[in-house]
Design a protein around this ligand. Sequence first.
Ligand code: 13P
Length: 255
Amino acid sequence: MLKKLFIAGNWKMNKTASEAADMVSSLVDLLVGMESKAIIAVCPPFTALDRVSCILENTGIELGAQNLSDKEPGAYTGEISAGMLLDLNVKYVIVGHSERRQYYGETDQLVNAKAHMALKSGLKPIVCIGETLQEREAGKTMDVIKSQFSGSLAGISAENILNTTIAYEPVWAIGTGKNATPEQAQEVHKFTRTLLKASYGQEIAEKVIIQYGGSVKASNSRELMGMPDIDGALVGGASLDAHGFAELITNALKK
Ligand code: 13P
């Protein structure tokens, strides 16, 4: 089915607000015209959201954040609420990135609470799932995907799943330069689509965007995006440079 590719750049803990503003100003010029062919988003650190938001106004390029609190505003030192993000015109929010699961102890239960908070507030969550190398080598990839899928997406209604993006990010492919082959990624994407079908039915399952993430770059974006169940990309390192990210998107659109 025809749906627009959704390509988002996850900058992780990179760029000051000034560096972010410079980069996004160049990116906006480079992407003119492309924003109508794909959904394109950048997810800078919290401290750069305000400045980047102003630059993105009326450009058709979307703004995302990398995390949010599962709580309503209140006494939660160091946390950022959904409302604070919405106020800066943030539309998407990454939840359950493997780095948050691995280094900050985020469980499926917390990821699920964050996804619900995002949806209830009008933000669109990008929910990340993916296996480690050890799990893949032990033949447990599909079990891990199934359990993260059911845990992280528990209780999300049919209406809300359409506002949710799933990002398949095999942990062994993140920041390693070693992407999953298009066939390896497709296998997991197809399985994820089957899980969506079982929960929400065929029609909805086909509409949900499933991004691939893990060493996506300009040289492999076209073949990865050419696979039938890969609907977009969540890009780390290769989204930090305006020219490189624009080239990656240009190539992805040739799929
Ligand atoms: P890299 O593209 O740097 O491998 O990172 C992927 C990622 O984690 C995006 O969220």
